[in-house]
Design a protein around this ligand. Structure first.
Ligand SMILES: [Cu+2]
Length: 157
């Protein structure tokens, strides 16, 4: 197996939630709102934003997003450890369009729950539309990582 294939397998290690509406919590977005937002979104003019995961850090610590705006979020791990981005309440509050591992893979699902970004350069791009205002914690659940700074706040206004 060549190196680029290994990198792909590493970078694409993410979990998609079950299809269907059950992942939407009471405070989350409705399926109707998701459908409408995705139909209206203009991905050619999506706003590009980046989160960098580090040993140990999360940059920026706060990322402010606007409801109804299409975003392409690049999540990049510059650390020597694998890091996760868990943000279940955030994922329940948005309309997910797709995940792309640039030049390697594209994954479409209605709901995502968690991304794992492999160490030393793993990255992906996540396209979505925020729908519900709130302050959502994002963090890495590996032991001690959030406490050491691999956590941030996704703020939807
Ligand atoms: Cu971590």
């Amino acid at each position: 197996m060549n190196q680029s294939r290994l990198t792909l397998l590493a970078a694409v290690a993410l979990l998609a939630g079950c299809a269907g509406g059950h992942a939407a919590k009471a405070a989350g977005a409705t399926d109707e709102a998701r459908t409408a937002a995705l139909a209206a979104a203009d991905w050619k003019h999506a706003e590009n934003v980046t989160i960098e995961l580090r040993d140990y850090g999360f940059q920026p610590r706060e990322l402010t997003l606007k409801r109804g705006q299409a975003y392409r979020l690049r999540i990049h791990n510059t650390g020597g450890n694998t890091h996760y981005l868990n943000a279940p309440d955030f994922f329940a509050s948005i309309a997910a369009h797709k995940v792309e591992v640039p030049n390697m893979a594209e994954i479409r699902a209605e709901h995502f729950t968690q991304f794992e970004i492999m160490r030393r350069g793993g990255e992906l791009e996540f396209e979505f539309v925020p729908l519900v205002a709130g302050r959502y914690r994002a963090h890495c659940h590996l032991e001690g990582h959030a406490e050491r700074g691999v956590e941030g706040l996704l703020i939807v206004e």
